[in-house]
Design a protein. Structure first.
Length: 296
């Protein structure tokens, strides 16, 4: 499940048929995250409010002493109906994901262990059912828990709620424009739940705009309802253009995700092939160790 969340949050699950994807080439992406209680290290004074935080750009986060910003760099390759993203699937483990939009399948690959996880709509459905079982199990056990553990369980239940309804999304133009990594961009503010996004979108890459919209549609389709809120906000943003930078603020973190390079050139087909000697498991296999019933 950690592997699924890592790649889903990176935004790489595609769903469109091959004729709809006209872009071929490589993208470089960078994500920078910092705890909100460390933002005073960036500003050199008291902690900034939400508006001041959104004015902080990536280099300031990276260069701030003692801010301990987490920097996550990835590469994405696109060729016809196939997409690959090179990114650590778990901390300290290199890996990548391959998506075949014609087969509607995703493979999460861990080379150091010579294994991969196959993810399909059937796995997404199984995860939804498993989360519903866990929710039911926790509710049944809460009455017997001590107050402190009951409070923790309530927080977990809130985060994994499986009602199936997407979070309400509000989006509006801020009227601001700027050049982001060489691309002219317009800012939109998106609010969903307790998260606020400011997305800088460009109209200079129509093929990428189409691709990303399909990315977000697949993300929602392949993600259990309890995990869809963030993706709904990004789907709304991708409808406005291609986001070259997205700033997000939630109660605990400030995060900036940006496209640092777009290179249009043919990509080797070898990048989209899982080695035959690797061991296969499925998303449903990975969930077998999750209990279906409360213990004694």
């Amino acid at each position: 499940m950690k592997v699924m969340q890592a790649l889903v949050c990176a935004g790489i699950m595609l769903a469109a048929p091959a004729p709809m994807i006209g872009f071929e080439g490589t993208l470089k992406l960078r994500s920078i995250s910092i705890d909100r209680d460390k933002l005073d290290k960036v500003t050199g004074g008291k902690a900034p409010d939400a508006e001041q935080t959104m004015a902080i750009m990536p280099d300031a986060l990276i260069n701030a002493k003692d801010a301990n910003a987490d920097v996550f760099v990835t590469s994405m390759y696109v060729s016809g109906p196939k997409v690959r993203m090179d990114a650590p699937l778990e901390k300290g483990k290199e890996g990548y994901a391959i998506i075949d939009t014609q087969k509607n399948m995703t493979w999460f690959v861990v080379p150091s262990e010579q294994r991969y996880i196959e993810w399909s709509e059937a796995d997404a459905k199984a995860m939804t059912e498993k989360m519903a079982q866990l929710e039911k199990m926790m509710k049944e056990r809460m009455a017997s828990l001590p107050p402190e553990q009951r409070a923790q369980a309530e927080v977990i239940l809130k985060n994994m709620k499986t009602g199936g309804e997407d979070a309400k999304v509000d989006i509006k133009s801020t009227g601001k424009t700027q050049t982001v990594n060489g691309m002219q961009a317009t800012a939109y503010e998106v609010k969903s739940g307790d998260e606020t996004l400011v997305g800088w979108v460009t109209q200079e890459e129509p093929e990428l705009t189409t691709m990303l919209r399909q990315v977000q549609q697949r993300m929602e389709k392949m993600t259990p309802p309890a995990m869809r809120g963030r993706h709904s906000a990004r789907t709304a943003l991708s409808a406005k253009g291609f986001p070259v930078m997205v700033q997000s603020l939630d109660p605990d973190h400030y995060r900036v995700e940006e496209i640092t390079m777009v290179e249009k050139k043919p990509v080797s087909s070898d990048l989209f092939v899982v080695p035959k000697e690797y061991t296969k498991t499925t998303g449903r296999d990975a969930m077998k160790n999750v209990p279906d019933k409360p213990g004694p």
